[in-house]
Design a binder for this molecule. Structure first.
Ligand code: FBP
Length: 343
């Protein structure tokens, strides 16, 4: 059990700011506003079974998916916590088709926030871990003006901070602002996030793979071979690996970040771009995993180097410790060569 240091998230952020000469404190205030939203959402998630917050709203979102009541609750909570602090020029959410402007009555700031208010929605009603994911950029459009779509469609490399919150057996917030990846557990007794996982480094070697094997039939032949390879017995390479799949990206990647593992949501013959969204799922998780010593690609290219073209675009993702992500890339590249030779 990690020894709890009495280091609150707020203090940690402010101390981190000292590492940025010329910092104005705006990013710190933005991150602490985010942590307030996380606390409120955590409270609602924890009592979901009691409050009339389970189930669907009856509407569909921009992705054509049925919307869960808790999805909208979390979405509204994020906007209410973030729109008035004066740190943001624009926001974007999984639950909103268009970019979200800052109301005129509030000051326009220099940061851009993209978020998935509740990741793993399919697990909400079954009380399985779900989460919130966020990604922060500095604006590229002129200061003082309302933010633009261009401000949102930046490469993941340009993120200044990213993080997620897992609402599980406890609520944990993990973030990086360029100086390591750190985890804070919410102490419900006095409502503070306390440092519980300092400077997380993902283990070099995996023993876990996470993928929805129900889609096996539709996969790339190289991926099929890689999964079969992981299931073979070989002591030297600690195979077979264990299969773990919660069906909540944020929870699956959090586990792999701590224990070592590779999470994959590939493209397949039905979904040529996979399922997960680049801007508020794959970019922030890739920024965190890379900062913890891991790797994240679409099978060929670093996720963080992908130039976005639309707010809700999807991308295949292979994310986890470097060795295994490189290995699945090799398996797929080899098969592509085979296919070309045969043609
Ligand atoms: P949302 O719940 O935010 O739409 O996220 C998508 C997601 O639930 C991921 O968290 C998860 O990894 C994936 O979809 C599960 O998809 P599938 O059920 O196809 O395996």
């Amino acid at each position: 059990m990690p020894k709890l240091k009495f280091m609150t998230l707020a203090r940690h952020i402010i101390e981190g700011e000292k590492l940025h000469p010329g910092a104005t404190g705006e990013l710190s205030k933005l991150l602490s506003d985010l942590s307030l939203a996380a606390k409120v959402i955590s409270l609602e998630v924890n009592k979901a079974g009691l409050a009339d917050i389970l189930g669907f709203t009856g509407d569909n979102n921009v992705h054509g998916e049925q919307v869960k009541k808790l999805d909208i609750y979390a979405h509204d909570m994020m906007i209410r916590a973030m729109d008035h602090g004066g740190h943001l020029c624009i926001m974007a959410s999984e639950e909103e088709e268009d970019i979200i402007h800052i109301p005129n009555r509030f000051r326009i700031g220099k940061y851009v926030l993209l978020f998935d208010p509740l990741d793993g929605s399919s697990n909400i009603d079954a009380n399985i871990s779900i989460g919130t994911i966020f990604s922060i950029y500095r604006r590229i459009s002129p200061e003082g003006e309302p933010g633009t779509l261009e401000d949102c469609l930046q490469q993941g490399l340009n993120q200044v901070a990213a993080g997620y919150i897992v609402y599980g057996s406890s609520t944990i917030l993990v973030y990086t602002a360029g100086h390591g990846v750190h985890g804070f557990t919410l102490d419900p007794a006095f409502g503070e996030f306390l440092l519980s996982h300092e400077d997380i480094k993902t283990p070099k070697k995996s023993k876990i793979y996470s993928i929805n094997e129900g889609n096996y039939k539709y996969w790339h032949p190289g991926l099929k071979k890689y999964i079969k390879y992981l299931q073979e017995e070989d002591e030297a390479t600690e195979r077979p690996y264990s299969s773990r799949y919660i069906g909540s990206m944020v929870a699956d990647i959090h586990r792999n970040l701590l224990f070592g593992g590779i999470f994959m949501y590939p493209a397949d013959s039905r979904n040529p771009n996979g399922k997960l969204r680049l801007m508020y799922e794959c970019n922030p998780m890739s920024f965190i995993v890379e900062a913890a010593g891991g790797r994240a690609t679409n099978g060929k290219k670093r996720i963080l180097e992908i130039q976005p073209t639309s707010l809700h675009e999807r991308t295949p993702i292979f994310i986890g410790n470097e060795e295994d992500v490189k290995l699945v890339e090799e398996f797929m590249a080899k098969e592509e060569v085979q296919v070309q030779v045969q043609e």
